[in-house]
Write a protein that binds this ligand. Structure first.
Ligand code: ARG
Length: 466
């Protein structure tokens, strides 16, 4: 018998697609990277077909051997990819069938529609696992830097204006918190991704008694108690890309968080701030200006957020208004998804490396934090302790700030008499409020930047990340 092509066109079509159509519709150039997961899916499919008697034991073994050989060749870069076969699924199946006649039975009850949905889910599960690892390493890098620089005090800013003094460790731990939420979201997304669409066929399942649960178990698409997790509607299963959207959304938020961290580093590395010096390996020179040390890694980390947001919007736009069920439009999901996964993972990794190669300029941070105006709120809270309503205290200190400005002096240099001119409740202890270290000691409620609380938070994160 003549070798049958597994191509979807065999039988029905007389002519091959025009060359430009083939080029326009192919996805092999980007979906080949799904090969490991495509083969994993095919192994589970074969095992299931063996179980329900569609494949004999000998056929099943032959298929597995064939898939082994193909996997080895692809890994070694020796597999002959054939672009005219459109995509990774067709390439692997066609080559398998060329070598193993039983390969022609592998697609029983399967369509590329449930196959690609499965491959993408399997691929994304691996991707989420490695992104989670990178995020954790970045958290560890932040905690490490925070611990190393525990004593460093710098101004905290609102509106990019000096606001109140904080510990650098506190500032860095803010990012650790953001990344913890990112990890939590990704873990939840992983749960919704870990579901098997296999057995949904093209859109309406199959007339054959496919054992979907068996295949799902073989793929470890199971819940915490080992029970298989199956999509419950074949039409939804082949057209659902929510998991990809969720991942792109969560990853975009990671990228947004990193863009903020990057922006802090860029500002701090500027001569105007000069709070940090980013290691040489993470800066570049200018082709024209010999003096430049540009924070390119941080700038690209900031820029990557644009890409991740764009990919998310592209995916949502792709799905919007798509009629049920599978439509070829869905092929456009992959490059966006891959792009987000690649670039966000790389950004997380590079940010961690950059942080570990950053020196903090403690004196400069302290000098900026020493601005007595940063303790104006402390002065108002002093009055609150003496029984003044905060609004009145705020007003009185506001008047003192203006007075200091008029006298060409600073808030900490005002005399008790001058303080009392604004509010007679000021006591002599008000003059001692301006010791920066002690000012931070006073901030020890949960979530505040005082030494005791920051130490507690560092301990907490050390434990959580160990
Ligand atoms: N390359 C296709 C994709 O990525 C695989 C599914 C094709 N299915 C089909 N009915 N043409 O979406």
């Amino acid at each position: 018998m003549k070798q049958m092509s597994p191509l979807s066109r065999s039988g029905r079509f007389a002519a091959a697609p025009a060359a430009d159509v083939a080029r326009f519709t192919e996805s092999l150039s980007f979906d080949w990277r799904l090969w490991r997961h495509d083969i994993r899916g095919s192994r589970a499919q074969a095992a299931m077909l063996r179980k329900i008697g569609v494949l004999s034991a000998a056929e099943w073994r032959a298929i597995n051997r064939g898939l082994d050989a193909i996997a080895r060749e692809i890994a070694a870069g020796k597999f002959r990819w054939r672009p005219e076969l459109e995509d990774v699924h067709m390439n692997i199946e066609a080559e398998l069938t060329r070598r193993v006649p039983a390969g022609a039975k592998l697609h029983t009850g399967r369509s590329r529609n449930d196959q690609v949905a499965l491959d993408l889910r399997l691929w994304l599960l691996d991707e989420i696992a490695s992104l989670l690892e990178e995020l954790r390493s970045l958290q560890q890098a932040l905690v490490e830097l925070a611990e190393r620089e525990q004593e460093v005090i710098l101004p905290g800013y609102t509106h990019l204006q000096r606001a109140q003094p904080v510990r650098l460790a506190h500032h860095l731990l803010a990012y650790v918190e953001m990344l913890a939420r990112d990890r939590e979201r990704l873990e939840q997304c992983r749960e919704r991704t870990r579901v098997s669409p296999l057995g949904s066929g093209a859109l309406a399942g199959s007339t054959l008694p496919l054992d979907r649960a068996y295949a799902a178990k073989a793929l470890k698409l199971v819940d915490a108690r080992g029970r298989p997790r199956l999509t419950q509607n074949s039409m939804d299963a082949v057209s659902d890309r929510d998991f990809a959207v969720e991942f792109c959304a969560h990853a975009a938020l990671v990228a947004v968080h990193l863009s903020r961290l990057a922006e802090d580093m860029i500002l701090w590395a500027s001569s105007e701030f000069n709070f940090v010096r980013i290691g040489d390996a993470y800066t570049t020179g200018s082709s024209m200006m010999p003096q430049k040390r540009n924070p390119d890694v941080a700038e690209l980390a900031r820029g990557k957020a644009g890409r991740a947001i764009g990919n998310l919007v592209a995916l949502l736009t792709l799905l919007k208004g798509l009629p049920m069920t599978y439509n070829r439009d869905l092929q456009e999901d992959k490059e966006r998804l891959f792009d987000t996964a690649d670039h966000v993972r790389a950004t997380v990794r590079l940010c961690a490396a950059m942080l570990l190669n950053t020196k903090v300029n403690r004196e400069r941070c302290l000098a900026a934090a020493k601005d007595p105006a940063l303790l104006a709120t402390d002065l108002a809270e002093h009055l609150v302790r003496k029984g003044r309503p905060f609004r009145q205290a705020h007003h009185a200190v506001g008047a003192l700030v203006a007075l200091a400005e008029r006298l060409g002096t600073s808030l900490d240099r005002l005399t008790l008499k001058e303080l009392r001119s604004a509010d007679n409740k000021f006591g002599p202890d008000a003059l001692k409020l301006f010791d920066l270290k002690q000012a931070l000691e006073r901030r020890n409620i949960t979530g505040a930047p005082g030494a005791r609380e920051v130490r507690k938070q560092l301990r907490r994160w050390r434990k959580l990340l160990s």
